[in-house]
Design a protein around this ligand. Structure first.
Ligand SMILES: [Ca+2]
Ligand SMILES: [Ca+2]
Ligand SMILES: [Ca+2]
Length: 223
């Protein structure tokens, strides 16, 4: 028996190919996400962070994951908590769900002011918690500060991220926080911790081929 593919089958194959190649990581910054100071920020001082009209957008203004910044009042964020254990909370909104693959952090260059710990909490579009992560970042490079890249195995389906930054001596000084991520697969619900590749990808393939087979059979009957 020779299966003659119909036009709809060919179109479906082409569409699947296009969807498959479109899933490439993008760098999230001020052009596609937002950041705000969270209500969980401890009592403290922002020092010169907002001098000369600067805003908290300095956290997400790096144009790319490998951008270099020099430490000055137009590029950095500097918070001093009133007491040890206090810190700065940042709330990120991606606007839609992404699967984060790499975290990028541009720390200050010296131990007296750098960020010593960041506690991340990740939430889906429906505000369900989908993961947490503790990071103890390296000192920034000097004199030009480039990002430390931290590869993440998860989480998937993240729209909101809360980051709580602390310094062991109350000082929190850094340049940027960045995320490389892919748009989430809408068939994979936000609470599903399935890995990015493997069963999830195989499942998608199975659905695509089942659909293709069904469409081809249907078309052949109608021919
Ligand atoms: Ca910056
Ligand atoms: Ca320190
Ligand atoms: Ca440190």
């Amino acid at each position: 028996m020779i299966l003659k593919p119909s036009l709809s089958c060919v179109l479906l194959i082409c569409t699947f190919g296009a969807v498959n190649t479109a899933a490439a990581p993008v760098y999230l910054n001020e052009t596609n996400i937002s950041v705000a100071i969270g209500s969980g920020t401890s009592p403290g001082s922002f020092n010169n962070t907002f001098s000369n009209g600067n805003t908290i957008n300095k956290v997400i203004d790096a144009p790319s994951a490998d951008a270099e910044e020099f430490h000055n009042q137009s590029t950095h964020i500097w918070f001093t908590a009133d007491s040890v254990g206090g810190g700065l909370e940042l709330d990120f909104d991606f606007g839609q769900e992404y699967d984060i693959s790499t975290l990028h952090f541009w720390n200050y260059t010296g131990e007296d002011y750098d960020v010593d710990e960041i506690d991340f909490t990740f939430f889906s579009a429906s505000n369900a918690q989908v993961g947490t992560l503790e990071v103890f970042p390296d000192l920034g490079s000097s004199p030009g500060i480039t990002a430390q890249d931290i590869i993440l195995a998860a989480p998937l389906n993240v729209q909101y991220v809360t980051a709580f930054l602390t310094g062991s001596n109350r000082q929190v000084d850094f340049q940027n926080i960045g995320f490389s991520a892919e748009l989430s697969d809408p068939t994979n619900p936000g609470t599903d911790p399935a890995p990015i590749s493997g069963p999830g990808t195989l499942g998608l393939l199975s659905i695509a081929f089942a659909s293709l087979f069904g469409r081809c059979r249907h078309s052949k009957k109608g021919d």
